[in-house]
Design a protein around this ligand. Sequence first.
Ligand code: SF4
Length: 228
Amino acid sequence: MIPRPIQRLLLTTLYDAFAEWADAFAFACRKGCATCCTRSVTMTSLEGDGIMTFLAEADRLSALSAPAFQPTASRMGQCTTNTFVAAHLRGESVEEAESWDLRPCPFLKEESCTIYPVRPFGCRLFASLDPCAASGVAEMAPGYLAGATALLQYIEHLDSGGRWSTMVELLAGLRTGQADGYGQTTAAIPGFLVAPDERDLVEPLLQGLLAREVENQTFAQWLRKARP
Ligand code: SF4
C-alpha cells in the first residue's frame, strides 16, 4: 500500500503527463463550454480525498451539505474501469450503466469549474474535436479514448482497495465517513484494451509516464507497490 501523500504526488504526475500528451490533439474545447459537466462524472476515493482536502483548505466543506450534492439512487453499472476491462479480457458480457444523470455537476458555476485544480481525471479526459454544445455528442480523436482509459486504469490501480463511484455519491460518502456504502471496490489493472492500430499513439504516453520519477522511484516501481 502506498502512503496517501505519495499517491497524491503520483496522481499529479499522471495528470501532468496526460495534459502534455493531450495537448497534441486539436480539440475544440474552450473555457466556458461545460456540456460535459454532469453528475455522471466518476472518480476514485483517491481523487475524492484530494477534493475534500481542497474544500477543507478553502473552508468550503459545508457546501457539500447543499441539496445539489445529495446523491440520487445510483444509475451506474456494476463495473469499475478495471473490472470492466477484466470482464472484456475474459470474454464476458458487461452490464452497461442503465442511464446517465445528465443534470449539471454541482461544482459548475457560471459555466466554470469551482474545483478546477483538483477536478478528477473523469473531467480531464472529456474532449471533442468538434464543438459539441449543440449536439451533446463529443467527437473523439482515434486512439485518444484508449490512452485516457489506460490512465483511468492506472489511477484505479494506485487506489486499489478504495472506492469508485460518481463524484457526487463518493463525496457524500467521504463527507459522512461512509464511502464504503457507495459504488464499487477499486481493483488492480488486469490488462489493457488498446487496439493494435492505437498502440503507436498510446505507448509513448504510457512509457513516458512509467519512466517519470516521484520521490526517487519511477512511476512503474510505485505501481508495483500499489496492490492492497
Ligand atoms: S468537477 Fe468541474 S470539470 Fe468536473 S464536471 Fe464538475 S464542474 Fe465540470
